[in-house]
Design a protein around this ligand. Structure first.
Ligand code: CS2
Length: 493
């Protein structure tokens, strides 16, 4: 066994005999991208695309500075700092093969909690041409039912009245954009990489709502100058485990926080940038005039499919997504949901064969080497389900389509939130910013079967729709009668 080498710039040459490492100069490049929300996904996706470009000898002016806006990002900042911002990406193939590669495209990291001025000045720097975001579906501060900006958030109130002391993404963006405008610099592009339909349009709408109240002149400048391309992003990126860190030691590198992912990767972007962009097309990124159909396809099939497996799987006692799809009942249920409820609302998508896309989803979910946890999928369901699944129920209700496959997921979500346990009584944690609201609403189910669904911020007017209410209450009763979830799934298929 090789003695593991500490991942650091000065050790790259030695490491190069063990795995691919960056061959480009990382010390004198410019920061062209400031990225907010550096989780596993960003490191497996955008940072990887830029790394590939750099390996081709391109894009030296497109170094990435990562930004953390939450206290909890400090741990990653510290880990990356001791490794000169290098990290290992471990691509895990279904046949068990692991391909580790050291990624070097991130060159700096700042915390918005403690170093606000450094964050603003990075964004406002003339070299910065793109500010990209993976701040999660819940990070955009809007009401999923009304689509309106949430001005009740105390952090938002604070930064509206103290523009020099930003806290959320909106405060940082306006502070930096104001500085650019005042200095006569062109705006940067704001590139959302989160799983939200029309993610760019939505970011624009939210930022303008905020800016109009904070500084109306600035809002006008933003409306004219800033481009917000919509984009569809895709790569399954599980949570890094201790076992991954240990496995990597066997490959001869010590990395405090590597990232694992599947081989599949996709990025479809609208080609509207305020101030230039890297030649991403050279590494397989697709540029299209309208990303809408691709986004909708991905969110309503892949992400919704994940949630269907995750929530039903959790209640049953499965702990990974691959265990779910290896279970025939779950695989059949998922396919039936995709075919009968999600596909009918998608329409034709130019250049895409939806049957092949769905086949490939099932294959990707079945990758036994990925071990994507059901708990990751269920986490923050209150931000995910309205966009991935509940909207599909609304659309099917409007056109008389099937709703039963998705409705069982909502009944199971209520059960999960109420019992905080699976059907065998084993504890299930609710990892969600709305944890206590979800639990409290679900706990009223015994007296009012619709209590959970009456949360209008999540479900809109579903509790007032007779057809939905009938299907939902029947399923809920069956579930609470201790009917096994798999038995119910079989009877629905
Ligand atoms: C998942 C996504 O968070 C979730 O529930 O569906 O993280 C999914 O793995 C990615 O969007 C894949 O591109």
């Amino acid at each position: 066994m090789k003695i593991p080498i500490q991942l650091q710039q000065q050790n790259l040459e030695e490491l190069g005999s063990r795995m691919p490492v960056p061959t480009y100069n990382r010390t004198d490049n410019k920061i062209g991208v400031v990225h907010v929300g550096v989780g596993g996904f960003h490191r497996a996706h955008q940072a990887y695309y830029l790394h590939q470009l750099r390996q081709m000898g391109e894009a030296s002016e497109w170094g990435i500075c990562g930004i953390g806006l939450r206290e909890s990002d400090t741990k990653l900042r510290d880990s990356l700092k001791t490794q000169d911002h290098l990290y290992t990406l471990m691509v895990k193939h279904p046949n068990g093969k692991i391909e580790p590669e050291v990624i070097g495209s991130i060159v700096d990291f700042e915390m918005g909690t403690t170093n606000k001025e450094r964050v603003i000045s990075h964004m406002a720097n003339a070299d910065t041409k793109i500010v990209s975001l993976t701040i999660t579906e819940g990070g955009y501060n809007f009401n999923p039912t009304t689509g309106k900006f949430n001005f009740d958030n105390p952090d938002i109130q604070h930064e509206l009245h103290h523009p020099q002391d930003p806290i959320t993404i909106y405060g940082f963006l306006t502070a930096a954009l104001k500085r650019r405008r005042d200095a006569g610099l062109p705006s940067f592009t704001i590139l959302s990489c989160d799983n939200i339909e029309h993610n760019g349009d939505m970011t624009r709408k939210m930022l303008l709502a905020f800016a109009k109240v904070q500084d109306a002149d600035l809002a006008k400048w933003i409306a004219q100058e800033v481009c917000f391309p919509n984009s569809m992003v895709d790569r399954i990126t599980p949570v890094t485990t201790k076992a991954d860190i240990d496995t990597l030691q066997n490959y001869g590198v010590h990395d405090a926080w590597p990232v694992t992912c599947e081989p599949f990767i996709q990025w479809v972007i609208e080609d509207k940038f305020s101030n230039g962009r890297p030649a991403f097309e050279k590494v397989g990124v697709q540029f299209v005039p309208d990303v809408g159909p691709y986004e909708k396809m991905k969110l309503r099939l892949l992400n919704a499919g994940h949630s269907v497996l995750g929530i039903l799987g959790a209640i049953h006692g499965h702990t990974t997504i691959n265990a779910c799809v290896q279970d025939e009942v779950f695989a059949n249920y998922l396919r039936a949901f995709l075919d009968k409820e999600a596909t009918p609302i998608l329409g034709d998508i130019k250049g895409i064969n939806l049957e092949n896309y769905k086949d490939s989803l099932l294959e990707r979910f079945a990758n036994p080497n990925i071990k994507d946890s059901v708990s990751r999928i269920c986490s923050e369901s209150s931000a995910k389900l309205p966009k991935f699944l509940i909207t599909t129920i609304h659309e099917n209700l409007a056109k008389g389509g099937s709703i039963k496959f998705a409705t069982l997921v909502l009944a199971a979500w209520c059960y999960y939130s109420d019992k905080e346990a699976d059907q065998h009584g084993r504890p299930l944690e609710i990892i969600d910013v709305l944890q206590s609201e979800l639990h409290q609403a679900a706990a009223k189910t015994k007296n009012d079967p619709l209590a959970f669904i009456k949360q209008e911020n999540l479900f809109g007017n579903l509790a007032k729709n007779n057809r939905f209410v009938e299907v939902y209450t029947f399923m809920l009763q069956e579930l609470y009668k201790n009917n096994r979830i798999t038995k119910m799934m079989q009877s629905i298929i």
